[in-house]
Ligand binder design. Structure first.
Ligand code: NOS
Ligand code: ZN
Length: 343
């Protein structure tokens, strides 16, 4: 088992982090003040509302926790501050490259347009890049429970926004009731624009088919993908196609993807050669940091060593939605820094 100080030294990549689920306490308070919303709550009460309890029963109960912060994220200023806040926390977590995702349609209650919501987030990420040693990009999420009419407004965002920080598309939300098949037309519109795709899939019990369908619809990464453990014949395809699984241990236990460590497939998939990665999913809702997720993995699998953590970061770099030159620079930097930690 690695010491927390060793884990803290490791540079990290995070591919799966939701903006709205990851706001710090101080940021939540600032956003409320700006929005002229009187929360009238102690710090403990704020966190209680923003975090999912351990006895959360399923994904839908987990997602209900987002209702608390969304009213605070309805202006350009607040979205910019929120994006800055999450990238700042990531830099403190020794993350050098992060992709932060959000669903623009949830931020339009005060007359922002979809494009303005994206511009605000991208502006906050750019400002964080100036102040911290981090590269921070944005992903646009569609919500599965949304109407197709609303969802079809998302692909054109990629025509209208010409900013290098906007790097990909995701589908999040209710996987229990909205399987992947429903979205083939939408994803064709995303593919037509050559936009990178990662999709939440295989997060819920009995949802494994969504993983196969997601890859067939153009996803090169899968959000969680826990149920791939039930697809022994398909694991070879995940390996040969170098599909990246964005796993998030704390979140996966809270949503009851799994309930026993023996059933968590991270190490088994890693040993087979599947490109697994570690992520927070939601720093606040899951009350975590990437440091804590690494510590958890190190405790569960004491043999998972520095070189294994380095390997999953190289997998994450390979799967990142950036160009080959940026990837090479990150690979080089990580190899160099991990070597120093091992020495
Ligand atoms: O683990 C997850 N699975 C599915 N959807 C999620 C998860 N975490 C967050 N969101 C959803 O994504 C939206 C945009 O960030 C959040 O508002 C939440 O509804
Ligand atoms: Zn997620």
């Amino acid at each position: 088992m690695l010491r927390p100080e060793t884990i803290a030294q490791m540079p990290k990549v995070e591919l799966h982090c939701h903006l709205d689920g990851s706001l710090s306490l101080s940021c939540i308070k600032t956003l409320a003040k700006n929005a002229k919303i009187n929360l009238n709550l102690t710090d403990e009460e704020i966190l209680e509302k923003a975090q999912a309890p351990e006895n959360t029963r399923n994904l839908l109960e987990y997602l209900a926790r987002f209702d608390f912060v969304l009213p605070l994220l309805q202006s350009y200023t607040n979205l910019e501050l929120a994006a800055y806040d999450v990238a700042r926390q990531a830099a403190l977590d020794n993350i050098r490259y992060i992709e932060i995702r959000f669903a623009p349609e949830q931020h339009l209650l005060q007359n922002l347009t979809l494009e303005e919501a994206v511009e605000a987030v991208v502006a906050g990420l750019s400002r964080a890049e100036e102040n911290f040693d981090i590269i921070a990009n944005a992903l646009v999420c569609g919500l599965r429970q949304s109407t197709l009419e609303k969802l079809e407004k998302l692909p054109p965002i990629f025509d209208h926004i010409n900013d290098s920080h906007l790097v990909g598309f995701d589908l999040a939300g209710d996987e229990l009731n909205y399987p992947q098949q429903k979205f083939s037309g939408l994803l064709a519109q995303v593919n037509a624009r050559n936009v990178h795709i990662t999709l939440h899939a295989g997060e819920c019990p009995h949802c494994e088919q969504n993983i196969v369908d997601s890859v067939n619809m153009g996803a090169t990464r899968i959000g969680h993908g826990i149920m791939s453990k039930n697809l022994p014949e398909y694991q070879e395809t995940l390996i040969s196609e170098k599909i990246v699984l964005e796993m998030a241990p704390s979140s996966n236990f809270q949503t009851k993807s799994v309930t026993r460590i023996e059933d968590y497939p991270f190490k088994q998939l890693y040993d087979m050669g599947v490109h697994v990665t570690l992520n927070t999913d939601n720093r606040t809702v899951s009350n975590t940091t990437l440091q804590k997720e690494y510590e958890k993995i190190s405790t569960w699998y004491p043999d998972f060593g520095i070189e294994d953590f380095e390997q999953i970061n190289h997998y994450a770099i390979d799967g990142a939605f950036i160009d080959i030159v940026e990837k090479e620079a990150l690979h080089f930097k990580f190899t160099d820094e991990y070597k120093k930690i091992s020495d």
